[in-house]
Design a protein around this ligand. Structure first.
Ligand code: NAD
Ligand code: IPM
Ligand code: MN
Length: 360
């Protein structure tokens, strides 16, 4: 049997609850596909800070690097929000693993399952059949740019500083991912930046244009200002196929798109680098408002596992099966975030039960 080394990082808040359902699906896959998962668990985020004084230890990072795929829950919570030392915050653990593994390509599919077209805050006709892929740059930009910090001003008062910074090489490697993905889908890329006010946006536009002309002229390319992109996502989301954007705009635009699909609890993501293991994580956070109640939607996490099967573990057929089972489960069971009249209202485990039942 093939053995895959999988690292699980449940994290904080609803992380452990949704990860329990991921584990059940993994056990089913082992039985159905005759593979074996060599699972290693670790702490990331606030839970790691409480245990070790740091949101991601070198030891956990080393185990993550040595695995074939990493599946993460989510990090953060109000108990750590007072921390002004950004290195110690739960989110710093996530940023560190992204940076250290050079996970520059964050794929965030926003797909509307048929069964959920009525759960969106937009009318059914705007979202039914929606299938957008965000390609978000994840290892650069204002998240990591120097200088950064909070400083005292000489004349009194303080200043908070972050730096948006992109090199041509960083832009080209993420744009390449977007064009390659588009070729396998609708063959269209919208590249979103603010070239009208930011030099980093202008360089982005120039480099994307050059790469397109040199190697991807068969793909339809449109440049769009990020603010207009946000508006168009709500006005007419089905015009989009692949949206290529930077770290910060990608964070905002993908959360907005989540609501088109029914719930933030539905959106998975894959963070890929060049060679090493991928990190698979839901788009949502630790949902402190519902943590510990057993009511969180585990689908984003389970679909993230499906992406791990597809992109890191060469098990595309198992990924298809998991996605089909999620789709089928939605015909009957619904967690609170996507619940509607006529459906059984279930908790996290109940949703897991329905998906396992659909897997057979
Ligand atoms: P959030 O995504 O945690 O929650 C936003 C809203 O969506 C909440 O009402 C929550 O209940 C709901 N929600 C999220 N996931 C859900 C699920 N699976 N099922 C049902 N409902 C769900 O965003 P927030 O409240 O702004 O952030 C909370 C914490 O999470 C912060 O500390 C933030 O830094 C962190 N965060 C972490 C990640 C990550 O780990 N990748 C992502 C975003 C935010
Ligand atoms: C996400 C989150 C993270 C981000 C935070 C928790 C660091 O919002 O994955 O979308 O901003 O990238
Ligand atoms: Mn986010």
């Amino acid at each position: 049997t093939t053995t895959h080394k999988v690292m699980l990082l449940p994290g904080d808040g609803i992380g452990p609850e949704i990860m329990a359902e991921v584990k059940r699906v993994m056990t089913w896959i082992e039985g159905a596909y005759g593979v074996s998962f060599d699972v290693s668990e670790g702490l990331i985020g606030g839970c790691s800070y409480e245990e070790f004084g740091h949101p991601l230890t070198d030891e956990t990072l080393a185990r993550a690097k040595a695995s074939d795929a990493i599946v993460m829950g989510c990090v953060g919570g109000p108990q750590w929000d007072g921390k002004t030392d950004y290195d110690k915050r739960p989110e710093a653990g996530l940023l560190r693993i992204r940076k250290e593994l050079d996970l520059f390509a964050n794929l965030r599919p926003a797909m509307c399952f048929d069964a959920l077209a009525d759960a969106s805050s937009l009318k059914r006709e705007y979202v039914a059949g929606l299938d957008i892929l965000f390609v978000r740059e994840l290892a650069g930009g204002v998240y990591f740019g120097e200088p950064r910090g909070i400083e005292d001003l000489p004349g009194g008062g303080r200043v908070g500083i972050n730096t948006q910074r992109y090199t041509d090489a960083e832009i080209i490697r993420i744009a390449r991912v977007a064009f390659e993905m588009a070729r396998k889908r609708g063959n269209k890329v919208h590249s979103a930046e603010k070239a009208n006010v930011m030099e980093s946006g202008l360089l982005w536009r120039e480099e994307v244009t050059k790469l397109h002309a040199a190697e991807y002229s068969d793909v339809q390319l449109e440049h769009i200002l990020a603010d207009n992109c946000a508006m168009q996502l709500v006005k007419n989301p089905k015009q989009f196929d692949v949206i290529l954007t930077d770290n910060l705009f990608g964070d905002l635009l993908s959360d907005a798109a989540a609501m088109l699909t029914g719930s933030l609890g539905m959106l998975p993501s894959a963070s890929l680098g060049s060679g090493g293991p991928g990190l698979y994580e839901p788009v949502h956070g630790s949902a402190p408002d519902i943590a510990g109640q057993g009511i969180a939607n585990p689908i984003a996490a389970i679909l993230s596992l499906a992406m791990a099967l597809r992109y890191s573990l060469d098990m595309g057929d198992a990924a298809d099966a998991v996605e089909a089972a999620v789709s089928k489960a939605l015909d009957s069971a619904r967690t609170g975030d996507i619940w509607a009249e006529g459906f059984e209202r279930v908790g996290t485990t109940g949703m897991g039960d329905a998906i396992l039942a659909a897997l057979g």
